[in-house]
Design a protein around this ligand. Structure first.
Ligand SMILES: NC(=O)c1ccc[n+]([C@@H]2O[C@H](COP(=O)([O-])OP(=O)(O)OC[C@H]3O[C@@H](n4cnc5c(N)ncnc54)[C@H](O)[C@@H]3O)[C@@H](O)[C@H]2O)c1
Ligand SMILES: [Zn+2]
Length: 367
């Protein structure tokens, strides 16, 4: 079997964004261009013990109906615990006990945590096996499943250990979002707003009223188009800078300050990114690196989404900034990357810990 047959890293993945596509997963797998000898392979569905597990029976049935081998389930803890060394070790042990060989295919069905873990397992088990991403949260559909970044958390921080390892396919089915809890949907909205600043061409298309999850309203046609737009925006950036040396860092917009606030004040990722984007744009406006109009349009969208635009009272500037200083993307000074005017533009600047502490201290300033 050649490297190519196994689904080597950085082979361009097939991306399908289609309502109902998850139920077509076996057909996608059997398409001759994707995997040779699909019927001879073993499949492992990696799911979390909360949402993913509920999808397992339906997927097993589909695989069997298509004449593929009965997939085995690997159930991992829900949330960031999925990205721990312990879970990683357990999954590797399970693969070994099941005598998974190098033709085995891993399929991640879940949010970004399941995807990041599965990708890291796939990249390392027997020095690389193919895997498929089936993202089920808005955040994973518009962001984490694209671009091949996979990895684990350490005690010291998030995504400390990882690599670039592309899946062979990314199958995005917006109908999963029907059951997504509202606060998870909102986390995805913050990333959608991030893309709208990076690529302002689709600001006007954003309508949060069409994107409520969990038994509220989800307009699947609308959301499918929106996901396509976000994915296209991310793909174009990743293609230009696959290893995160330049323009790809713009995808981190809002996250440097956001992560610090998220860890210190224990608020959701989406809320933290929203606040982070407002504060980082404020710093950029101050330096003449972003127009006030761009910043204000973004704030308008965040308010429309009901996302916060100022840090919570509970934030402790010293602690939050200490987390930012530990961020792996910073070497000494704290670097911020913000989008510029036009889809290919970005600005990078460094900021002192003092300026950041000042920014987080009441009375709050956003520019
Ligand atoms: N690799 C990358 O480029 C990249 C980019 C951004 C974020 N990330 C990572 O993504 C992770 C966050 O991902 P996430 O926000 O998807 O979180 P998650 O995977 O923890 O999922 C959030 C919750 O939603 C549940 N869930 C998933 N799909 C559901 C559905 N359709 N209906 C109901 N419940 C559902 C899950 O069980 C979980 O409880 C973080 O670890 C972050 O570091 C990675
Ligand atoms: Zn994010």
């Amino acid at each position: 079997m050649t490297e190519r047959d196994r689904g080597i890293p950085n082979r361009k993945p097939l991306v399908m964004i289609e309502t109902g596509s998850a139920s077509m997963l076996p057909d996608i797998i059997m398409s001759p261009r994707l995997l040779p000898d699909a019927k001879e392979r073993d499949y492992f569905l990696v799911v979390d013990n909360k949402f993913g597990n509920t999808q397992f029976p339906m997927l097993v049935k589909r695989f069997q109906m298509a004449g593929l081998r009965r997939p085995k389930g690997i159930v991992v803890p829900e949330g960031e615990e999925a990205k721990s060394f312990k879970t990683y070790e357990n999954v590797i042990n399970l693969l070994e006990q099941s005598r998974a060989n190098r033709s085995a295919v891993l399929v991640a069905v879940g949010g970004g945590t399941v995807g990041d873990l599965t990708g890291h397992v796939a990249a390392t088990y027997k020095r690389g096996v193919p895997y498929i991403q089936v993202p089920t949260t808005l955040l994973s559909q518009v962001d984490s499943s694209i671009g091949g970044k996979v990895g684990l958390n350490t005690e010291g921080g998030k995504n400390t250990v990882g690599q670039f390892y592309d899946p062979i396919a990314i199958v995005i089915d917006p109908s999963f979002l029907r059951t997504l809890p509202f606060h998870e949907m909102r986390s995805g909205w913050a990333e959608v707003v991030k893309y709208s600043v990076i690529n302002p061409n689709f600001v006007e298309k954003i309508d949060f009223n069409k994107m409520f999850g969990e038994d509220l309203e989800v307009d699947l046609d609308y959301i499918q188009d929106l996901i396509k737009f976000c994915v296209k925006t991310k793909q174009a950036i990743v293609e230009k800078d696959p290893y995160d040396d330049g323009i790809r860092q713009v995808l981190n917009f809002g996250h440097t300050i956001g992560h610090g606030i998220e860890r210190d004040a224990k608020i959701s990722h989406g809320d933290a990114v929203a606040i982070g984007m407002v504060l980082e744009s404020g710093l950029a406006v101050r330096r003449g690196l972003m127009s006030e109009a761009l910043r204000d349009d973004m704030i308008f969208l965040l308010v429309d989404a009901g996302l916060p635009i100022v840090p919570p009272q509970s934030v402790r500037p010293d602690r939050a900034v200490a987390y930012m200083e530990n961020d792996k993307k910073n070497d000494g000074s704290i670097n911020i990357v913000v989008p510029g005017e036009g889809s290919n533009k970005y600005s990078k600047f460094s900021v002192s810990a003092d300026e950041l502490r000042e920014l987080l201290r009441p009375p709050l300033r956003t520019s």
